[in-house]
Design a protein around this ligand. Structure first.
Ligand code: MEV
Length: 325
């Protein structure tokens, strides 16, 4: 049996602004998706007959990327991520299935995380009608802390470039890693799920409409870019207080772009007195918020009391990998 695991991600700074070419900073989290694959008499997914049209990410990777025409497979998927909640669950699924398939087809060959990130991005793009940034797939594949930007960002290590022909034309991104100082392990990321699923496509389209109606809101995008840059400097310096302040500031700008929601506001408000900073993460409109905390248990309790579902992670977990039997 071949088994792969890929982590989910949280965006710390720069969601939505990254769609307009500004930088975003994301970290891989401890929770993720596990996929196991073995040969079988018929195609199954989680014990049920596999219907490719219902699972576009999986069928894209099987047919388009691997051009797999071998023996039918029994596929099992286990996830400890909230789905459609801004944690990159579909990217993690693409990467984990790509890893398990590669191990099934070429046992013993080491994984190539960049190749997996590229195939995950193509699966995301196909599933989201040609509009997907490589943030989720690259963070899940490479692990650690990732900066995605329209141009190279100082103080980061360039890993690869990605491009995509979108309905609005060709988009290009530079994908970079950042070494996190040891003292960042004193703080934890506490994720709070509102219980409300959210569509990234809809939220991104909503921001585009708002910008058309109120062009002056472009200043808020520029402000997010400045906050992202300050947040990144604080991360590189291991300055937890400054990271938290940048998170708070980023949340205020995202509110002005109309992507917060009453449930996100109530979890952010509940977390703030016990944390260094708190904000919504991902596309908003429901989904998850994150808080940076030295005492994650306290924040997790506050989130739970406010009606959210907490999940604690370190900042920058390892990326996609094969699991031993
Ligand atoms: C979604 O996780 C983040 C957004 O910036 C969309 C994207 O980067 O494609 C809202």
């Amino acid at each position: 049996m071949a088994r792969g695991f890929a982590p989910g991600k949280c965006i710390l700074f720069g969601e939505h602004a990254v769609v307009y070419g500004h930088p975003a900073v994301a970290v891989a989290i401890d929770s993720g998706v596990r996929v196991s694959i073995e040969e079988s008499r018929e195609w199954t997914l989680e014990g049920m007959p596999f219907e490719p049209s219902r699972h576009p990410h999986i069928s894209h990777i099987l047919n388009r990327v691997f051009q797999y025409d071998g023996t039918p497979l029994r596929m099992e998927v286990e996830s400890d991520l909230f789905s459609a909640a801004g944690l990159g669950s579909s990217a993690a699924l693409s990467n984990a299935i790509g890893a398990a398939l590669q191990a099934h087809i070429n046992p013993g060959q080491p994984l190539d995380p960049i190749a997996l990130a590229r195939m995950g991005h193509s699966a995301e793009a196909m599933a989201q009608k040609g509009r997907a940034s490589p943030t989720d797939t690259a963070t899940s594949a490479l692990g650690g802390c990732i900066v995605v930007s329209g141009e190279h960002v100082q103080g980061t290590r360039h890993v690869f470039d990605a491009e995509l022909e979108t309905p609005e034309g060709l988009r290009e991104w530079s994908i970079n890693t950042v070494e996190l100082p040891d003292n960042l392990s004193e703080a934890w990321l506490v994720i709070g799920f509102t219980g409300e699923m959210s569509s990234t496509g809809k939220m991104v389209a909503g921001v585009a409409n708002l910008l058309e109606e109120q062009p002056e809101l472009r200043d808020e995008m520029d402000a997010i870019a400045k906050i992202t840059s300050a947040g990144l400097t604080a991360m590189s310096a291991g300055n937890l207080e400054a990271i938290g302040m940048a998170m708070d500031a980023c949340h205020e700008k995202l509110r002005l772009l109309g992507v917060s929601s009453p449930s996100l506001e109530s979890l952010v408000e509940a977390a703030r007195p016990h944390s260094l900073g708190a904000k919504l993460t991902g596309s908003g409109g429901g989904g998850c918020m994150i808080a940076l905390a030295r005492d994650p248990q306290r924040v997790a309790e506050a989130i739970e009391v406010a009606g959210g579902k907490p999940l604690v992670s370190r900042l920058g977990a390892p990326g996609v990998r094969l699991l031993e039997d």
